[in-house]
Design a binder for this molecule. Sequence first.
Ligand code: COA
Ligand code: AMP
Length: 635
Amino acid sequence: MTSSYHEVYQAWKSKPEEFWAQAAADIDWITPWEKIFDKSRGVYGEWFVGATCNTCYNCLDRHVEGGRGDQAAIIYDSPITRSQKTYSYSRLLQEVEALASVLTAKGITKGDRVIIYMPMVPEAAVSLLACARIGAIHSVVFGGFAAAELATRIDDASPKLIISASCGIEPGRIVKYKPLLDEAIALANYKPEITIILQREQSPCELIEGRDFDYKQVVDTAIASGAKQPCVPVAATDPLYILYTSGTTGEPKGVVRDNGGHMVALKWTMEAVYGIKPGETWWAASDVGWVVGHSYIVYGPLLHGATSILFEGKPVGTPDAGTFWRIIEEHKVAAMFTAPTAFRAIKKEDPNGKFIKKHDLSSFRTLFLAGERADPDTIQWAENKLNVPVIDHWWQTETGWPIVCNPIGLGQLPVKYGSPAVVLPGYIVKVLDDDGRPLDTNTLGNIVLKMPLPPGCLPTLWNAGDRFRDSYLTEFPGYYQTSDAGYIDDDGYLYIMARTDDIINVAGHRLSTGGMEEVLAAHPDVAECAVIGIADKLKGQMPLGFIVLNSGVNRPPEEIETEVIKLVREKIGPVAAFKQAICVKRLPKTRSGKILRGTMQKIADAEQWKMPATIDDPVILDEITADLKSRGLAQ
Ligand code: COA
Ligand code: AMP
């Protein structure tokens, strides 16, 4: 099949508004838009201004009315609890209506915020959709975050209500969510009035009289009483959700997503980018706590009338490296999406693909990878073993859908290892030098997106329009700064090489080293510190902390190293994967006092490095090298 990519991209470029208006015809609107794009609204403009709609209606009611009621909407497959459950579109709608009516009865109305702090259970998806149904703004907090992180998000989003569960399940341990939730509410200045808790049999929890309500009890009662909650019309430009993501400080950024543009963009990508037809089974092996989970476990596939797999487990160890293939065979998955780290984990356990051979993967057409750099070794291994196209693609929480991809649905283009391929309609990608001048092809620089951003991308940050401007729009006027560095080759293929800020990527999870430094610095014995990301074969990167102790501290350094590791786990959460800290005498700095984190990282990763011209005291780098070597962290 020849690819229509170039024509489609040109069609968008010559008439962007017409392009999106055409895509918007696939969505049911309550009232039509007055303007497709109004640049006078919001921070940089807004999409589908004047239209009203409801995202839940488009995800569920529309499909039930259109004859998909009996089709599976969500297949929950949980090898970690050895259970499965299928929700048809009708069944899912029934539970969503029930929860939406419960939320309404508890006083939640359009525009109110609801935090969802849940493991990978179907009730998490039900909660998102119930909020969408009544126009409440949900904010999902990933289960691997600790109480303090949850408290920060509670204070920023000021939710009237929180939906949570008694526990999550990680290999070999039960993560009790309720104590974390209670601690977060105690820590937060803003106090949510109500919580709804899903009791899981693996570890039920005590409920606080008058504040905590049992999810199953309230939902079952609502179903039994035939409670129906109609969809509340919202403006296309109203927020559907806030999703917090790491910024350069410990203060996370609340990425806002609107209703109308989001639906249009996601629906379009399901077919054009991922090549999925309504009715087919699609699997994004991520977590509802991340943007991939929002866009491609819940909203994208349901808007499209597809069947979505909701997976509670790990690529290895639940029970083995064959889980992915078992799921693909059993549920006839047409395409899946995960992070390269998952494949590195599988490849490590099953290098020869023995588990793959045990399964019939004839339904499987495409593997999509994103969230971190896809190393060519992993791509080639997956291609050889699975015999399907392996498609790397690049995007961010902020954009909500891919920026650069090899769009399978428009016809696959040649794959170039190390590149997520070409820019999708909606985006113009440029590479600029630090002064904002365009760079030639094959020259490394700052990757930016020409404004305005397409539908579905963030219109602003929650309660922080100025931070949005400062973080993304100020440094390169007229462009959105992605904070990724890379280059474009002569065929228009983009290569993502590194972040330009202090964000690191650990197992496909985006983490702020600045946030970890804030935790280390709060230890009473720590005078100063630096956290860097060092290369890791499995997770891509792992954080490494350097700490300088206050003078006069004469406890064994190992004791303090253990304490700071514990502190990061307590304050940020296990997801930070902060397992290494070393005490050093001094930190290398420039004469103006800037810590040379980049040079330390190159030393640790055994990369070529040059003595920075502005270094204050070069001897410190020798000391750091010796310290790293003594721990086996540098060659
Ligand atoms: N709730 C509580 N704790 C969680 C959690 C959750 N939802 N998710 C992860 N954690 C914990 C893990 O148990 C681990 O704890 P530990 O330090 O006690 O072992 C820690 O957070 C780090 O998690 P992670 O970095 O994911 O490592 P892992 O060893 O558990 O798993 C992979 C490694 C590669 C198997 C896993 O990261 C993976 O499947 N990644 C690919 C899919 C993905 O998540 N993509 C994200 C964006 S697409
Ligand atoms: P997140 O917002 O958590 O999705 O993280 C987005 C960041 O992950 C990007 O800015 C990149 O740094 C990185 N990233 C995502 N996808 C890719 C990819 N395909 N290749 C390289 N880096 C990626």
